[in-house]
Write a protein that binds this ligand. Structure first.
Ligand SMILES: Cc1cc2nc3c(=O)[nH]c(=O)nc-3n(C[C@H](O)[C@H](O)[C@H](O)COP(=O)(O)OP(=O)(O)OC[C@H]3O[C@@H](n4cnc5c(N)ncnc54)[C@H](O)[C@@H]3O)c2cc1C
Length: 427
């Protein structure tokens, strides 16, 4: 009988695997992919992590862990080189290599095995495509699934696809009219890649359409980063559903904006193309517009694009269309046998303060849900920022340990009831 079976071995469950191993717990983490990879379809040359490398799999929960990014550099004898390279941010490729390095070192992590069903009869029975396992706890971290507008879903193909497939399907764009839909980081990276191609590889034209009012940067300033602290999760949880929704809307650019370095690179590339290379009309940038329809003709795609400020529908021809329109929560068909026993809120499985699903089963048996509770836990839920802290909470819950205070309170008094730092000092 295992202490925990993890479904998925992306960063969320890998962090848990690292910390359960350190605690000596008997666990197994399974991933359906043939081997470790991280956003393979968006491993475009030069793309970078959008967070500090301290937000690796373990450091913020356990800086002494042998699975930190620093340990990875040290063991691979490149710590000095990394320092001297003076990166502003770690490359997405290197982060993928780091994740692969961690998963190779963890005997509890296995690939090429898909979980098909989870049932409960006092303990969890986990059926995979290869075997049946028994565990006292289950941790679900299946990540996100690419999302496109509903009128596109049945049209996806080699010439109209989600940005998650860009490095596979977006190779041969030479001489083509490319339309990119979506004004977040993925759309920006795809656009930059397209306008950077030269000679026979260069598209004939690149059109970037966004429903946002402009091509807006991520807010990476200090007080905004305080939104990605553990104490912020507690504050967020205490608000009612309406306030939580408003908060997520108002603070969207804290996590869902374009890195300043990407925006600068795009602007500089447009400048070079127009004023140095003398190429007019390489690209069109169309913010504040929505793609309203896509029709395939025998030779190309016809897209309807509507300005949000009103006016008629503009028709645009494209040979290739890339939808960088975000992600939704990953599917969990293996939970169908348990779903009625789990509480739900706002379309999500309701989780408690330790990310355990609220259900009608015994308190010492839990289904933990990671990266699928943004509506309950706030902005940091889908990204790397609090992943190590979240996994630590899960470990403490599984092992019945008391929660250790992880950080001083924020400088910001998020609620009037919260103790202020100066008050604590003199208490
Ligand atoms: C292009 C891109 C770049 C990003 N960059 C950043 C960044 O710079 N900073 C940041 O903070 N966040 C970033 N994020 C967001 C987030 O950090 C990552 O998506 C992160 O990978 C989430 O980890 P995860 O483990 O929850 O999910 P995933 O990494 O998606 O892993 C889930 C795993 O579950 C497996 N799986 C699914 N179903 C099953 C099943 N039935 N059986 C077995 N295995 C299954 C999948 O194969 C997958 O490997 C980025 C997201 C994207 C899309």
């Amino acid at each position: 009988m295992l202490t925990c079976v993890g479904i998925g071995a992306g960063p969320a469950n890998l962090s848990l695997a690292c910390q359960l191993e350190a605690a000596g717990a008997d666990a197994l983490f399974l991933d359906r992919k043939p081997g470790s990879s991280w956003h393979e379809g968006m491993q475009i040359d030069g793309v970078k992590l959008q967070v500090s490398i301290f937000k690796d799999l373990v450091t913020l929960a356990d800086p002494k862990s042998p699975y930190s990014f620093l340990s990875y550099l040290h063991e691979n004898k490149r710590l000095y080189h990394f320092l001297n390279a003076q990166y502003d941010a770690v490359s997405r490729r290197e982060f993928a290599n780091y994740i692969a390095w961690v998963s190779q070192r963890l005997p509890s992590v296995g690939f090429d095995e898909s979980v098909r069903e989870v049932l409960f009869d006092g303990t969890f029975c986990i059926r995979t495509d290869k075997r049946t396992l028994r565990a006292r706890n289950v941790s679900i971290a299946v990540g996100k699934t690419p999302k496109v507008p509903s009128f596109i879903e049945d049209k996806l193909c080699a010439s109209l696809f989600h940005s998650a497939d860009f490095t596979m399907k977006g190779r041969a764009l030479g001489g083509k009219r490319v339309v990119i839909v979506g004004g977040g980081q993925s759309g920006a990276e795809v656009f930059l890649d397209c306008i950077s191609r030269r000679g026979a590889d260069a598209p004939a034209h690149v059109h970037w359409v966004s429903s946002r009012s402009n091509f807006l940067p991520i807010d990476d300033s200090p007080f905004t980063n305080d939104l990605f602290m553990p104490c912020q999760v507690a504050h967020f949880e205490r608000q009612d559903a309406q306030a939580r929704e408003a908060y997520l809307r108002e603070n969207m650019l804290a996590s869902d904006g374009i890195s300043l370095c990407t925006l600068r690179a795009i602007y500089q590339k447009l400048y070079e193309r127009r004023f140095i290379d003398g190429q007019e009309g390489v690209a069109t940038l169309s913010p504040n517009r929505r793609v309203t329809m896509a029709a395939q003709t025998p030779t190309h795609w016809l897209l309807g694009i509507r300005h949000k400020g009103g006016g008629g529908e503009e028709l645009v021809c494209a040979d290739t269309v890339v939808f960088a329109t975000g992600y939704r929560d990953g599917d969990t068909p293996f939970l169908d046998g348990l779903r009625d026993r789990l509480d739900h809120v706002g379309g999500e499985i309701r989780v408690d303060e330790d990310y355990a699903a609220v259900w009608d089963g015994p308190a010492n048996r839990s289904v933990f849900v990671q990266n699928a509770a943004r509506g309950q836990k706030g902005l940091a839920d889908p990204n790397l920022s609090l992943l190590a802290w979240r996994a630590q909470r899960i470990v403490h819950r599984i092992l019945g340990r008391a929660e250790a205070a992880s950080a001083h309170p924020s400088f910001i008094a998020w609620t009037s009831e919260e103790p202020r730092v100066d008050a604590l000092k003199f208490a």
